[in-house]
Design a protein around this ligand. Sequence first.
Ligand code: DGL
Length: 258
Amino acid sequence: MNSAPIAIYDSGLGGLTVWREVRRALPGESLLYLGDGKNCPYGSRPREEIVRLADEAVAALVARGCKLVVVACNTATAAAIDFLRGKYAPMPIVGMEPAVKPACLATRSGVVGVLATERSLDGDLFRRTAALYGRGIEVVTAPGRGFVELVESDREATPEAEECVRRAVEPMLERGADQIVLGCTHYPFLLPVLERIVAGRGVAIVDPSPAVARRVAELLDRYGLRAAADHVPACEFLTFADEAYRSRLELKAMGSRG
Ligand code: DGL
């Protein structure tokens, strides 16, 4: 039994899409969310720099006494998960899996689209997963250029966002993709726009965050880390940016509780 918080970390607001699922799956747990904010976006930074930023973030969360860390950022997972697991062992660290496996298992057209940041798409994790599950399947990738910036500036529901998402997705649809994987935790905020674009085309959108929340629950059970039954859960929000950004995190989290 352990009532310390579960920590969830992202470059910015995107990891709130994972926070929301963890909250739903584990309502009795305290959550500590860190949205870097100061260094966002991570997506096209060099790998070494992302490792350093992720290390600073996890160190700050460990200093706050968390019992498990979710790296709710595909880009940081791709660049730094092995490093973090090595450095902070035995604390469990959960990363984002590119949801290529379920998409490849579900496709009927044999074409799967993957949207992610540049650094995630050129990482080993994505290459290995695509090679393992994508045999005989055409995996069409596209970096979501501008997507993170749209979400970070609360412009995810604008015509500009629709135009930007359409530009990335249209070539996948033309190839015949019937599954589109959201390989960046910011992208589920663009779901209403994305659903409008694919409407009527028989396309499923795959968001890995519910599976990540299930994985967190499994690890809590495996290591005996569930909060006590009488624990009163609390949610706290941290950032490396300023107070205005921190309160935006909190507002966006509460608004997306769903
Ligand atoms: N939300 C992040 C991800 O899942 C990072 C996006 C960024 O900072 O570029 O990849």
